[in-house]
Design a binder for this molecule. Structure first.
Ligand code: TRP
Length: 435
């Protein structure tokens, strides 16, 4: 059975806070929705190594990890359909971070927005350029690059502020590929333009840094109380009210259908009392969030179950990460000394015994080639070509592009087994590396 390759979509959530309605509308809800697309292979993870850069309160890291994991699952993320894991359960990530560190220009990291903002703040305050800047903050983009490149993500949904990090991940991937052969997929940032930016209690963007958030899974009574505290103007009941610039109205819109929104607009024009409008908003949000809240509370009450889910996710993720890091260790030269012939050195001046291409003509008049190991094993057997030139061109591409040319040219090797494909890929990488 063949199926179209799925698009690998990957995103991380830093575990420093409690999910609020803004996170739900801007990230959780659209991401959970997108994760249900059968053409998507979703990787979602709790970026707890990243959290350490911003937060030195162990209890808060742990609490946030639990709350975020429970929130995403309660909101409908299905851990059986996607790969949902904790970054710190994947020891291959820090190892890859180091490999990438060694191919990343320090100058590239100097230009990262977050680091530049920290320097600018220090300059403005008359402090030393790097005062209170940890190496962790400086290295943030490399750790994020490792998250993304480890799983060969095609698409990375992020907020605007993260686009630069994806571009840096591409730079790191290109540098590594250039030095060591094609190992990494170059990822692309996806910025969802249409999702609403939710205002908070005070009308500014809902954000932990403004202390104006409404927790996604606050108990119903608390949710209601917070909603009653959303800023409004001082118009009395009966006075027509403007939807323009009304935080209450904008929040309602993010949850309601078009008809419901039109009905509230009408009520505004007819002078609905603020207290009544807030009650309508509370009921509308609670209708969507209430059923999820039950699931959330059940998960929070059973952290061992959350651990189990996350560890199962990590196991799934490591089925890719473990062989891939092995391949990368091999590529950079961290490899058994007795590898291959046992006498070869890993330097470019002393070539190991390489597989070779043999071209020949059959009685049918057509031109064939095969890739043969030094021990005589045939790894690739081509179909017949009309001319030696066509066969030669394909050989040249295999010698230059390796795995990529093989994966796009499989129709020329109809009998290729998975084992031979894997071996041929390795041999082609060696040819590229040592030629
Ligand atoms: N830096 C991201 C944020 O603050 C979180 C994150 C960490 C991430 N690693 C990632 C996002 C990899 C996407 C891909 O939002």
């Amino acid at each position: 059975m063949t199926s179209a390759p799925r698009t690998r979509v990957l995103t991380g959530i830093t575990t420093t806070g409690t999910p609020h309605l803004g996170n739900y509308v801007g990230a959780i809800r659209p991401t959970v929705q997108a994760s249900r697309d059968p053409g998507t292979d979703g990787f979602y993870f709790l970026a707890d190594y990243h959290a350490l850069i911003k937060c030195d309160d162990p209890a808060r890291i742990q609490r946030s990890t639990m709350e975020i994991a429970a929130s995403w699952i309660a909101a409908g993320l299905d851990p059986d359909k996607v790969t949902f894991y904790r970054q710190s359960d994947i020891p291959e990530i820090p190892e890859l971070t180091w490999f990438l560190t060694c191919v990343t220009g320090k100058g590239l990291l100097n230009r990262a927005h977050a680091y530049k903002a920290a320097m600018d703040k220090n300059h403005a305050a008359g402090h030393d350029t790097d005062a209170d800047v940890t190496a962790g903050l400086f290295m943030y983009p490399v750790l994020m690059g490792a998250d993304i490149l480890m799983f060969k993500a095609h698409k990375v949904p992020v907020g605007r502020d993260q686009i630069q990090h994806i571009e840096m991940a591409r730079d790191m991937a290109s540098s590594f590929n250039h030095l060591y052969g094609e190992h990494f997929v170059l990822p692309e940032a996806v910025v969802e333009e249409s999702v609403a930016l939710l205002p908070g209690l005070d009308g500014r963007k809902m954000s932990k840094s403004y202390d104006n958030t409404i927790p996604l899974f606050a108990p119903a009574a608390q949710l209601r109380k917070l909603i009653m505290g959303i800023v409004t103007d001082s118009k009395a009941p009966g006075e027509p009210k403007s939807t323009e610039g009304s935080a209450l109205f904008q929040i309602y819109q993010a949850f309601a259908s078009n008809e419901e929104t039109a009905a509230l607009a009408k009520a505004y024009a007819e002078g609905i009392a603020w207290g009544d409008a807030k009650q309508i908003l509370f009921e509308r949000i609670d209708r969507e969030v209430g059923p999820m809240r039950e699931k959330y509370e059940a998960l929070i009450a059973n952290p061992a179950e959350l651990d189990r889910i996350l560890l199962a996710g990590a196991e799934k993720a490591r089925r890719l990460a473990t062989p891939f890091i092995r391949e990368l260790r091999q590529a950079v030269g961290l490899r058994p000394l007795a590898l291959a012939s046992g006498t070869e050195s890993a330097t470019k001046d002393e070539k190991p015994a390489l597989s070779t291409f043999k071209q020949y003509r059959e009685k049918d008049g057509r031109f064939y080639f095969k890739l043969v190991t030094p021990q005589g094993q045939v790894l690739l057997q081509s179909v017949g070509f009309d001319s030696p030139r066509e066969a030669g061109q394909l050989i040249a591409r295999l010698q230059q592009e390796g795995a990529k040319a093989l994966s796009t040219g499989k129709q020329h090797f109809p009998d290729l087994s998975l084992d031979n494909e894997r071996l041929a890929t390795q041999e082609l990488e060696k040819i590229i590396q040592f030629k």
